[in-house]
Design a protein around this ligand. Structure first.
Ligand code: NAI
Ligand code: MG
Length: 346
């Protein structure tokens, strides 16, 4: 029995999460899996009703589950940063999601905005618990001409090594066996050198992995001109956030990009979510593409050790993508179509 904490969240979050759960329910019997779900009302509605983002008691309840499925949080009515820091980042930090996994694949049938994209199939392993996102900073004299604002990037030898090791292990399990470190070690010399030294040291234990290095600015060039050069990319929290939006864009858009906030040591539940946000502009209209949410369940199944089930869902989603054409479909039509393929074992 697998217990899932489900946080549908705001905007299109509940719409796409419903379809992800539909697909999980469909795959379950084929592999003797049973999913029990507990839904948590977190996000903008909760915040407006009670001022709460993530109460301690709720966090502890969520911690008791095997995994978390999240839709999206955020609403124009909530000040920027409140839900992102108070809910999303808090979950990532408290549950030690130090690997933020973001695969990028150009699926058959999906037009890329690149004229000659080549074969795109890489995964970004983004550090998830350190960097400039830890909230190590502050502001003084706010709103005056003498305002001071700091946002210090925190990089620990422990934190860098564990994510680098995870990235090498993932590279070792992939056919191309290539790892690219993305940083900016010519300018951010303190953090950058810690990252470079760590990669060099761990690389000695993985002699069959080809190791490459790119400054983050150069990485954006190659993501646009030669994305096929990437296999596994390891990078810090901020750089990873930015380059994965570009990665989503070159592989056909935000409706297809899945992600996992992974605790590889299984000391707390990992959290799986589409990369996109709550899309208030299309919320409530059944226009959202649930594919990214459905592909996030592939990462969830894989993390929980159900590689065969994960493979089936991936195949079903890819088959749907290949044949979907350009006529608009409602959110539930896409979910039903992928679930039907899962049921047929396609
Ligand atoms: P967004 O990803 O919500 O939307 C950007 C554009 O992509 C919009 O035009 C939207 O309609 C479209 N889009 C997004 N997902 C789609 C889907 N599945 N199918 C079809 N079209 C889709 O990003 P935006 O507008 O910057 O943020 C909206 C809210 O979401 C904000 O409050 C933001 O803070 C929050 N957000 C939350 C995230 C999360 O929960 N992990 C991640 C990113 C943003
Ligand atoms: Mg982002």
């Amino acid at each position: 029995m697998t217990s899932l904490a489900v946080v549908p969240g705001d905007g299109i979050g509940p719409e796409v999460t419903r379809e992800a759960l539909r697909v999980l329910e469909t795959i379950a019997p084929a592999y003797d899996l049973t999913f029990t779900t507990t839904e948590y009302d977190l996000g903008a509605r909760r915040y407006h009703a009670s001022g709460e983002t993530l109460p301690d008691a709720v966090l502890e309840e969520i911690r008791g589950h095997d995994a978390i499925l999240l839709g999206a949080v955020g609403d124009p009515s909530v000040p920027s940063g409140v839900l992102e820091r108070g809910l999303l980042l808090r979950l990532r930090f408290e549950l030690d999601h130090y690997v933020n996994l973001r695969p990028s694949k150009l699926f058959t049938g999906v037009p890329s905005p690149l004229r000659d994209p080549g074969e795109i199939d890489f995964v970004v392993v983004r550090e998830g618990t350190e960097g400039p996102y830890v909230g190590n900073g502050g502001a003084l004299r706010v709103g005056t001409p003498h305002e001071i604002a700091t946002e210090v990037s925190v990089n620990t030898a422990f934190g860098v090594e564990r994510v680098v090791r995870d990235a090498f292990a993932r590279a070792a399990a992939r056919p191309r066996k290539k790892l690219t470190l993305v940083h900016k070690n010519n300018v951010l010399v303190h953090a950058g050198h810690l990252w470079s030294r760590t990669v060099d040291r761990v690389a000695q234990e993985f002699p069959d992995i080809a190791v490459d290095y790119l400054h983050v600015d150069a990485a954006t060039i190659f993501l646009a001109t030669d994305p096929a050069r990437f296999d596994v990319v390891v990078t810090d929290n901020l750089f990873g956030d930015i380059i994965t939006d570009l990665a989503a864009a070159i592989t056909g858009g935000i409706g297809l990009a899945a992600s996992g906030n992974v605790n590889p040591d299984h000391t707390a539940p990992s959290m799986f979510e589409p990369v996109h946000g709550s899309a208030p502009d299309i919320a409530g209209q059944s226009k959202a593409d649930p594919t990214a949410a459905i592909l996030s369940t592939v990462l969830l199944l894989d993390h929980l050790g159900h590689a065969d089930a994960a493979h089936d869902v991936q195949q079903a989603a890819e088959a749907d993508i290949a044949e979907r054409g350009s006529a608009p479909r409602r959110t539930e039509e896409v979910g039903e179509a992928i679930a039907a393929r899962v049921a047929e074992g396609v």
